[in-house]
Design a binder for this molecule. Structure first.
Ligand SMILES: [Zn+2]
Ligand SMILES: [Zn+2]
Length: 344
């Protein structure tokens, strides 16, 4: 089968490797229908030291079950399934509490050798706990939107949940990537009144408006803070969704949060410190969030897609064949594409 590996900075290759296979009776193997490239796939894309062994890539995929292990109870071959970005057992205390990213038996794709999810076939551990069957067929035009349930839609939703967005709130979304744009969808779903998206890119701010942003702030740094203050009676917003993960993004998020407000942070933190000094404590700002338990949110979000209320698949503004996946990485790295869909 074909599978994607990163060998070094800017060096993405599709290799022919042995087909994925069942290793444990709780596994299934799926044949991929569509997959995609994640912003987080780019973390090591810029800087990875060259290596003769590649890192298996991908964690967002929809596929058809080809073979199911002997202990898989709720799924069978032929089922079309969406795959959350981590595999979780479904029976431990964390899974039962819908906190699957802390599953006591968690497994990550591509960590056990072989390929990960940007591949023609994928081994899914803990199939019953991890997978959600899709009630559409594999030609459905809803498939790209359903693929966002693997990660970005649930991650954006987690930002809004973590910040405790409520009806009538003013929300600032920091970040106009696929997660930030999904956070706009989430804030709208929660009936936020004013949704301010920070975006400097025309195509992204246009899509943000389509998803529900009521205001766009294109300035950065001090100018951006000033612009948001102007839109919020000088106070900042009650809810701020940090969907980037850089020091600048968290500093900005704190600066534009109203006193007694909350921040939901889901950007994969590339910073070590958060300024929780005396000045911040006097403002009673709550910082919540972390890696999203997307498995927990699929049941809540899927009906919105199936019934046409949201169309998060619009974040895919580029489609590439698996053989050309390196072009998808490059376009996202160059910011000429928001998110690349991968077809097979
Ligand atoms: Zn992802
Ligand atoms: Zn578990």
């Amino acid at each position: 089968m074909k599978a994607t590996f990163l060998y070094g900075a800017n060096d993405v290759r599709v290799d022919q490797i042995e087909d994925a296979k069942i290793l444990k009776p709780t596994d299934v193997v799926i044949r991929t229908v569509i997959a995609c490239v994640c912003g987080s796939d780019l973390w090591d894309y810029y800087s990875k030291a060259p290596d003769t062994v590649g890192v298996a890539k991908g964690h967002e995929v929809i596929g058809i079950i080809e073979t199911a292990g002997a202990e898989v109870r709720n799924l069978k071959s032929g089922d079309l399934v969406v795959v959350p970005f981590v595999a979780s057992c479904g029976f431990c205390d964390y899974c039962k509490a819908n906190q699957q990213t802390s599953c006591r038996n968690i497994e990550f794709f591509g960590h056990g050798g072989g390929g990960a999810c940007q591949a023609e076939m994928v081994r899914i551990p803990w199939a019953d706990g991890t997978l959600v069957k899709l009630p559409v067929d594999s030609n459905s035009e809803l498939l790209p939107s359903l693929l966002t349930l693997s990660d970005v839609l649930g991650t954006g939703y987690h930002a809004a949940k973590s910040a405790q967005v409520q009806a009538g709130d003013t929300v600032v979304v920091v970040g106009d990537g696929a997660v930030g744009l999904s956070a706009v969808i989430a804030a709208k779903k929660m009936n936020a009144e004013k949704i301010i998206l920070m975006s400097r890119h025309e195509s992204r701010s246009k899509l943000g408006r389509e998803f529900g942003a009521t205001e766009i702030v294109s300035q950065r740094g001090e100018d951006g803070i000033e612009a948001i203050k102007e839109l919020t009676n000088g106070d900042g917003a009650g809810r701020v969704l940090e969907c980037v993960g850089t020091q600048d993004a968290i500093d900005l998020s704190i600066a534009v949060t109203r006193d007694y407000g909350t921040i939901g942070r889901v950007g994969a933190a590339q910073y070590e410190t958060v300024p929780l000094n005396f000045g911040t404590i006097m403002r009673n700002i709550g910082i919540y969030g972390g890696v999203a338990p997307v498995r927990a949110y699929i049941d809540e979000l899927m009906p919105d897609i199936l019934e046409g209320r949201i169309n998060p698949g619009k974040v895919f503004d580029l489609s590439v064949k698996i053989d050309e996946i390196a072009d998808g990485y490059k376009a996202m790295a160059d910011r000429t594409a928001i998110k690349a869909l991968v077809t097979f």
